[in-house]
Design a binder for this molecule. Structure first.
Ligand code: ARG
Length: 476
């Protein structure tokens, strides 16, 4: 029997019942729904709206239902539209009239908004944690490759030499920004809508601060219409997920490229590779490709929710029921991707010799030779022109800049002297880039320290949030 059976004479078609249901998606929020209902029942009793014996029966009943669901012994009735109705109906079956009093001064509209915010906070936390592990793997690899030099690229062409550690740390900073975005999404969700009721608030003498506090929210929402129709916190979470998925996709694209025979910069471990059903020699970077591929799905989830929300008038509309599948799918997908990327990064083998060999070709010293002339007084534009002509000469001869003689150099400019060799050496080119954030070992050592400290700081930020719902992480 539906919870609104009083108003209706006809029964519901079973297809339409299923079409309108969200139970398959929102049953994951059972812990949040139970916690929200317990907080609500306690507040109702404290305010004298229900008796304390009813509140006790409600809390005990809900705890036993939560226990049964966690143990897998609870049988969900598919005729229940959503987790809110499923739990309330079961509670009333178990404890009778007291259960039927729980929904006083509440609507599923503020209930679902509360559950979803609690769930979003947990998802954000879990993602921060998983992103932290990937950051740690990148920082570890950076630490191991403080002296490995590779070509830095622009336009996928050899540009200037960089340390591999510098390259890995670039990704750790992307993930540090992702952490900031997740924290913002966490804070956006950290406001309690409970007590907004259906849309206009309630005439019951409720205490919204009390429920918000016992659920671990930082504050109460300010406007009941906004509170039941706001899903910005999910958009914020999806945006954070989307940007992070794009970062992972870029990382994976590089690992795929680096593991080709053409590059040969890394070998992914067997665990993170697959073979071919026909070509015995193949070792494919399937998991990196899948992470790259799943980015499309995460972006799609964000677009889907944006489009769902765009035409909605205030306040609650059933369209909003579609919100959770987008947010959950994006977060689940990204969590798996982060876990996979962490394992892949920490187990891959770097071929420092192949990287070093690649640096020998492609005129990576050109900028430094131009700088050499500029430091001797030649305007940089002219110096650029001179070195451009030298590169053209090398191109024609099929050699590198370091193969040119001093005479070859002096034929273009008499500012060249024997000391030019220092800026033709790859090691000294790298060592010279000491500007803050640059690729010199000294600068990267400082950067590594900052990256480690940032990770420690960020980890402290989410470790603090072990509120009443800290334990639900395991149940996701
Ligand atoms: N299952 C619904 C959802 O996810 C819960 C809220 C339903 N409210 C309503 N007035 N029909 O959005």
């Amino acid at each position: 029997m539906a919870l609104w059976s009083g108003r209706f004479e006809g029964g519901q078609d079973s297809f339409l019942q299923q079409f309108g249901a969200s139970l398959p998606v929102d049953r994951r929020m059972y812990v949040q729904d139970v916690e929200g209902s317990i907080a609500h029942a306690r507040m109702l009793a404290a305010q004298g709206i229900i008796s304390s014996s009813d509140a006790e029966a409600i809390c005990a009943g809900l705890s036993s239902i939560r226990h049964d669901i966690a143990c897998g012994t609870f049988m969900f009735d598919e005729a229940d539209e959503d987790i809110h109705m499923a739990l309330e109906a079961e509670l009333t079956r178990r404890i009778g009239d007291a259960g039927a009093r729980l929904h006083t001064a509440r609507s599923r509209n503020d209930q679902v908004a509360t559950d979803t915010r609690l769930f979003a906070k947990t998802l954000a936390r879990n993602l921060m944690e998983a992103a932290g592990s990937l950051r740690e793997a990148l920082i570890d690899q950076a630490q191991q490759h403080m002296h490995t030099i590779m070509p830095g690229y622009t336009h996928m062409q050899h540009a200037q030499p960089v340390l591999l550690s510098h390259h890995f740390l670039a990704y750790s900073w992307m993930l540090a920004r992702d952490h900031t975005r997740l924290m913002a999404a966490f804070c956006a969700a950290d406001c309690c809508p409970l007590g907004s009721a259906a849309l206009a608030g309630t005439s019951w003498p409720i205490d919204r601060e009390a429920t918000a506090h016992s659920l671990g929210f930082a504050a109460c929402t300010e406007n009941s219409l906004d509170a039941v129709s706001d899903r910005d916190f999910l958009l914020d979470l999806l945006h954070a997920c989307t940007v992070m998925a794009v970062h992972l996709s870029r990382l994976c694209e590089e690992l795929i490229l680096w593991s080709t025979s053409e590059f040969g910069f890394v070998t992914l471990s067997d665990a993170y590779s697959t073979g071919s059903s026909i070509m015995p020699q193949k070792k494919n970077p399937d998991f990196a490709e899948l992470i790259r591929g799943k980015t499309g799905r995460v972006v799609g989830d964000m677009v889907s929710l944006l489009v769902t929300l765009k035409g909605l008038p205030l306040a609650y509309n059933k369209d909003m029921q579609e919100d959770k599948s987008c947010a959950f799918d994006a977060a689940d997908t990204l969590l798996d991707c982060l876990r996979c990327a962490t394992g892949m990064v920490s187990t891959m083998t770097v071929h420092a010799d192949a990287m070093r060999a690649a640096v020998e070709t492609g005129y990576l010293a050109a900028t430094d030779v131009a700088d050499y002339l500029a430091k001797k007084g030649m305007p940089f534009r002219q110096a650029h022109e001179v070195v451009g002509r030298l590169v053209l000469l090398c191109d024609k001869r099929g050699c590198e800049l370091k193969d040119l003689t001093l005479e070859d150099l002096r034929a273009q400019s008499d500012l060249f002297e024997a000391d030019v060799v220092s800026c033709l050496s790859i090691e000294s080119i790298v060592d010279a880039r000491v500007s803050q954030g640059g690729t010199a070992p000294a600068a990267v050592t400082e950067q590594l320290e900052c990256a480690k400290q940032a990770l420690v700081r960020d980890r402290e930020a989410y470790a603090d949030d072990q509120g009443p719902l800290g334990a639900i992480t395991d149940l996701l």
